[in-house]
Design a protein around this ligand. Structure first.
Ligand SMILES: C[S@@+](CC[C@H](N)C(=O)[O-])C[C@H]1O[C@@H](n2cnc3c(N)ncnc32)[C@H](O)[C@@H]1O
Length: 413
């Protein structure tokens, strides 16, 4: 496997509903027409290792990246170990490494409950197959370690017909969740997931001249993700700055044995680091960002998180009721974002519905020629806004299906 142009199939996982945008982002990062397609909660793409690393350090929306090792069809579970033993495992790891194996069935689990009762059992069959492979080679057995393995294998079983199934086997390319950027404080209430905020920021199509106001900023996820997007820092910019780049692909045997790949990857990271360094200086001049929350603790947390993020924009903060704040320059270039509380407790729903109505009215009166974006856990809430949305989108926040709407205030109306 010394050919560096060799392409592999990758699966980039993401939140449900943002697959198309992630596909666009991957195309932008690779700057080429690549073979890619959105799937449920992810995007499949065929890439060389250097391009995949470029996506890894730059993506703001992918959660995890898996490298496909193999796929095969089978009828009975007893066929699995033999098929697994046919894979050249020496290309991926040697017997001294510990591995974890996880299996997912998706919807076939309920349809074929007898055959696919236990993911653990199927993982065991894979372990038997890998052991068979190594025993044939050098008579040693692998170590399975599910808590903190050196490498993680993920496998998915899909149905083809009533008796035939597809087994797809991946290895974790990164080893961690890419959404864990490193700026988050441990105690936070209902923050947006970073990778979902990355999507929302892209959908808001913020331009350099825009003033970005997060009127209910909470922990400040949108502010951070706005900065990452606006200055093209890449989701892993903090890992690069903190030299915390321990990604699992570096442990893969074919990567380690290759003379050129590690050098190519080093060069990609070096170039990114240079770009980030340049941008950090520009960020200090940025006075287009405003974070507001009526809870003073949130504002303290945002300032704290900005320190962790190593970004120091000329950030404006305020502790007001979102309905009381007014644009402090011509509101023409304002893009305001609202992520109100979800209000699941009794009595809160009515108050929240009124809050949505008031937000719309406030914008009509006080923000001519601006745009605002809002997340709502119920359609009823956005219906209270007496404006026609130009953006209607659905997102999945945690387990909750939410509405993400955008409105434009035309000064003439
Ligand atoms: C769902 S959280 C926002 C989470 C945030 N997007 C994040 O990623 O951390 C809602 C926030 O709205 C704030 N809030 C609620 N009502 C408000 C109001 N009328 N004006 C300003 N902030 C408000 C709360 O203090 C809370 O921090």
């Amino acid at each position: 496997m010394e050919n560096n142009n060799h392409s592999y199939t990758f699966f980039f996982t993401c939140q449900r509903g943002i697959e198309d945008e992630l596909q666009k982002e991957i195309n932008e990062i690779t700057n080429s027409e690549i073979d890619s397609s959105p799937a449920f909660c992810g995007v499949k793409a065929v890439l060389s290792i250097p391009l995949a690393v470029k996506v890894l350090i730059n993506t703001t929306m992918a959660n995890r990246i898996y490298l496909k090792i193999d796929e095969f069809e089978f009828t009975r579970n007893s066929e699995i170990p033999e098929q697994i033993a046919k894979i050249d495992w020496n290309d991926y790891f040697n017997v001294s490494k510990s591995i974890g194996i996880k299996t997912s069935f998706g919807e076939i689990q309920s349809k074929f409950a007898d055959q696919f009762k236990s993911p653990f059992f199927i993982s065991q069959l894979t372990k038997d197959g890998i052991n068979q492979y190594f025993e044939n080679k050098n008579k040693k057995r692998i170590t399975i370690e599910n808590k903190n393995p050196d490498l993680k294998v993920y496998q998915f079983v899909e149905g083809i017909t009533k008796t035939r199934f597809k087994f797809i086997i991946y290895v974790d390319f990164v080893g961690k969740n890419l959404g864990e950027r490193g700026y988050r404080l441990p105690r936070q209430k209902a923050p947006l997931r970073e990778t979902l905020a990355g999507y929302l920021v892209r959908k808001m199509q913020l331009q350099p001249e825009n003033h970005f106001l997060d009127a209910m900023a909470g922990s400040g996820t949108m502010v951070m993700e706005y900065l990452i997007h606006r200055y093209n820092l890449g989701g892993q910019y903090l890992a690069i700055l903190n030299q915390n780049l321990n990604f699992d692909f570096e442990k893969l045997s074919f990567y380690r044995k290759n003379r050129e790949l590690p050098e190519q990857v080093k060069e990609i990271i070096k170039r990114k680091e240079k770009h980030i360094g340049k941008k950090l200086k520009e960020i200090t001049q940025d006075n287009h960002i405003w974070a507001n929350d009526m809870d003073p603790k949130c504002i303290r947390d945002i300032v704290q998180a900005l320190k962790l993020s190593l970004l120091s924009p000329n950030l404006k903060t305020s502790k007001q009721d979102a309905l009381q704040i007014r644009p402090d320059v011509n509101s023409k270039n304002y893009k305001v974002f609202y992520n109100p509380p979800y209000g699941k407790r009794i009595g809160e729903e009515e108050h929240l519905a009124d809050l949505y109505y008031q937000i719309g009215e406030n914008h009509k009166q006080n923000y001519p020629d601006s745009e605002f974006y809002i997340i709502a856990p119920e359609k009823e809430f956005v219906k209270k806004i007496r404006l026609k949305p130009f953006l209607k989108d659905r997102i999945f926040h945690g387990g909750l299906e939410c509405y993400f709407y955008g409105y434009s205030i035309d000064a003439k109306t």
